[in-house]
Design a protein around this ligand. Structure first.
Ligand code: SF4
Length: 218
């Protein structure tokens, strides 16, 4: 059977999710994209290299809004959204400046991420998100650097300093963004108390989640 048309946007609960890219800076052991053959609950998230422009993303989002309004706009697909940081910020800016009307400029915008943006882009990316992103969920998963490397399997050249860079990202985000959560996938043998302590130290709220819940990707 032929796979359905690739989904650039898709629905999950009350949110509209955006599948910006299939590129990842990690190859997380808990990722379901291969197991589920790039399908997410009936949506084909395999873009086959055809990444959408911010204008195209927002055109599709407006179509979805016309079909049924959503409560949250979430960057989360089978790929790490910040691999396309500029496109991500451009989408959020179109919302905030009212250029995505009738989607309200006050729409809650969330980023689900592995937290490696600062490592990938070689700069502090958090200030660029201020005023555009309301909530960041960072898939930190553990307080232990070796376990982080084993669970997240960061790609070169971001492996060596990755864990520290993710912590730096969370710490910075907690200073300037309204909501920052450090998430951990259950069932990976993580020391939950140490994880909660690290999240608190970084200024983030800890959140444990099941493997398949919470949208695709991280
Ligand atoms: S969980 Fe997300 S970041 Fe990790 S490998 Fe899967 S798609 Fe990439």
């Amino acid at each position: 059977m032929q796979a359905p048309k690739p989904s650039i946007v898709y629905r999950y609960h009350d949110g509209l999710y955006v599948n910006l890219t299939n590129r990842c800076s990690t190859a997380c052991v808990f990722c379901v994209k291969n197991l589920w053959k790039m399908d997410y609950r009936g949506n084909n998230l395999n873009l086959a290299g055809a990444e959408a422009s911010p204008e195209e993303v927002m055109r599709l989002a407006k179509e979805e809004w016309a079909a049924a309004p959503f409560k949250e706009f979430v960057f989360c697909g089978y790929g790490e959204p910040t691999m396309r940081l500029d496109a991500l910020l451009a989408c959020a800016r179109l919302i905030r400046t009212g250029k995505a009307s009738p989607i309200p400029a006050s729409m809650r915008v969330r980023l689900n991420t592995n937290g490696l943006a600062n490592a990938v882009w070689g700069r502090d990316t958090v200030p660029e998100m201020k005023g555009l992103i309301d909530s960041v969920h960072v898939s930190l998963n553990t307080s232990d650097p070796a376990q982080w490397a084993a669970l997240m399997r960061p790609q070169e050249p971001w492996a060596a300093e990755g864990f520290e860079k993710v912590k730096e990202f969370i710490r910075g985000a907690a200073r300037v963004l309204p909501e920052v959560r450090a998430t951990a996938v259950e069932g990976n043998g993580v020391d939950e108390e140490k994880f909660k302590a690290l999240a608190a130290e970084l200024g983030a709220a800890p959140r444990f989640r099941g493997r398949l819940e919470g949208g695709a990707g991280v």
